[in-house]
Design a protein around this ligand. Sequence first.
Ligand code: AGP
Length: 610
Amino acid sequence: MCGIVGYVGNRSCLPILIEGLKRLEYRGYDSAGIAVQQNGALLVRKAAGKVRVLEERVKDGKIVAHSGIAHTRWATHGAPNDINAHPHTDCSGKIAVVHNGIIENYGVLKSALLAEGHKFVTETDTEVLAHLIEKHVKRGLKLEQAVGAALRAVEGTYGIAVVSSDEPGVIVGARNGSPLVVGVADGEYFLASDVAPIVGHTRQVVYLDDGEMAVISPDGFHTATINHQPIDKPVHEVEWDLGQIEKGGYDHFMLKEIHDQPASVRDSMRGRLIVDEGLARLGGLNMTPEQMRDIKRIIILACGTSWHAGLIGEYMLEEHARIPVEVEYASEFRYRNPIVDQGTVVLVISQSGETLDTLAAMREARRKGARALGLVNVVGSTIARESDGGVYIHAGPEIGVASTKAFTSQVTVLALLTLVLGRQREMSVEDGLLLARALDAIPGKIERILQREADVDKIVQLYGGHDNFLYLGRGYNFPVALEGALKLKEISYIHAEGYPAAEMKHGPIALIDENMPVVFICTRDAAYDKVMSNMSEVRARKGRIIAIATEGDDAVKERADHVLYVPDTLTCLQPLLSVIPLQLLAYKVAVNRGCDVDQPRNLAKSVTVE
Ligand code: AGP
């Protein structure tokens, strides 16, 4: 969950590395560092805290170099401080390494290296790599071969970049489990954890796969396996541009991405929704209509917000495509020896496409014979490349750690998939047309909700200081309750829980009193009356009620203290609307509490460790 960037070329590398780190900061932001090759030596600078702290430390003008590596950290081993910040060097100080991932056997390797006389100065697992590479360089190997030899002894995950003062202008990168891409430009080359630090310089990138390494230098780049088998890798064109990863005048990426949703939902449907025929077309599934009709069971694998989208997918696919669906926490699925039989398809939902729990669960399911379909946002990510087929959700770059537009695009694509599979089964043309027309109207309805953003402000003033919130919903709105609670938790650090509304009386109702704000998602659907009764149960215990209700519903005003209205739509699409006020509520409460909305504490955008 760290960010790596490297550069070699004719330009000064310092501003490129610092800017690159800032674009990767959503991956980890508790400390940062750089190592540059200058006048035959390595200059290493590190600092605990955000990249701007490091930036201050390198403002002394002493760094004039054309090649170097840099890192922004999300600590796993060793507290975030100046010493444990990356890069890590060997005993000679000639070799520097930056690493994203976890070296699982670092304890064993470290003991062996200590016994050979190596001196360790940090608490990290990564430092082992620097000393291992040193060991092989001392055996007379060139840096590339020494890195390969070191990595063949390593167990665990890594995306790394390595420099040595003995080989100026050479940077060696390698990956296993953590993403790494090469940026190819005219006479200059980049290495990075993802395309964000590169797209401002070039859109030509090479995605490395597990067990592969790349060497960049002013003369060019080459790729090979860590056993040094040369491999030819295709150069891809990145779709996104720099503008898309800027804040666009908003205070935070999260607020920009909330306001992106009318467009991002539209983009998720573009060229796929055939409104006039009540059909959808998803080209990348890589399955024939016969194969799709033979799907007996779907297992959805995901984590966090993607898991919440998966729950809504379960409801849609079961109700409208009549396919049995189970939604699994990817981290649990992998270790419980699941039953994966003939006809089972796993739907792997991930915004980043790099979440290790989800990736590992997908690999386990494929090992057991399941076909894996990815629902992914990041083009070229590992889940996208390793799955048997899938759909890019086209939400555009999502920088804010708290996922917003990826969620609504995931739900939109799940609705398209429901249309594809449903029309191959019992869904009628009429129902297909109904769903397609309703989907087509969603972006405009989200626009209307965003125009009423200020309605949330009063609720923030009244309850923004509370330390506990409860979110309740039924049916399709239960996952929305979970998502609303997660958004509030992860960016404002308030304890919040989402529950099926009916489940409240089996325990959580004990929490209710005049200090407990309770958010009810009670849009007009078959469960409406039941939710209204649950609301009365909370009211009877003086709970403060904030209701997300359907426009024109006056009855709810009698039971709720505050009402945020959303336009009406089909029940199965309601989550695309009812989640928007909850995203805004969480955002505004967090801003009100002075929290770092885009980089909440202890979190990172893509979780590439277990
Ligand atoms: C959501 O706001 C969080 N950032 C987190 O729960 C996230 O959804 C989870 O880590 C899964 O990430 P993915 O979709 O990239 O796999």
